[in-house]
Design a protein around this ligand. Structure first.
Ligand SMILES: [Mg+2]
Length: 166
């Protein structure tokens, strides 16, 4: 679903803690939850597209922990079967995993992460349909403005791609 260059781009801009995968995983899962809320509250089609792009960024950020390779693509029958209830169930499962990993050191396997992440992404792929490549590209372009040289806390706070007050 993601081009290898986009996955590398995300890996350079997603704040991760290699020594603390529970924290890294929780960061990505909270990202999914907050971006989905932003999508639900979006006030224009452009804004919706931006928030779906942000959501996809956190999906891509989870690829290493889920051990998904860039070749993975949802099939058309998987997309047809994906429904919003499944999407929510799987998003909840990822959130529950994050809580248990962070609080009780109960580490999920990459397969367990993958089994919940894939239905989430399949639903987004169905939802976005032919717009998917341009949604991902718009996210890449936004983050290239915000983080021209990769992730930095300063750039995250300054958000060079936004006008003051936005
Ligand atoms: Mg957002």
């Amino acid at each position: 679903m993601f081009h290898p260059a986009y996955l590398k781009f995300v890996a350079d801009r997603f704040r991760a803690w290699p020594e603390d995968p529970a924290r890294t995983f929780t960061h990505a899962v909270l990202g999914l939850r907050t971006e989905w809320d932003e999508f639900l509250n979006a006030d224009s089609p452009e804004n919706e597209k931006e928030e779906v792009g942000d959501f996809l960024f956190y999906c891509a950020a989870l690829y290493p922990l889920a051990e998904i390779t860039h070749e993975w693509e949802p099939t058309s029958s998987e997309m047809e079967q994906a429904d919003i209830h499944d999407f929510h169930r799987n998003l909840e499962a990822l959130t529950d995993m994050a809580k248990k990993w962070l609080a009780y050191s109960k580490q999920p396997t990459p397969l367990e992460i993958r089994n919940h992440l894939i239905p989430v992404m399949t639903h987004i792929a169905w939802m976005e349909d032919l717009r998917l490549p341009s949604t991902i590209e718009a996210n890449r372009a936004k983050l290239a403005r915000r983080y021209p040289n990769g992730f930095s806390t300063q750039a995250a706070i300054a958000r060079a791609d936004k006008e003051p007050g936005q």
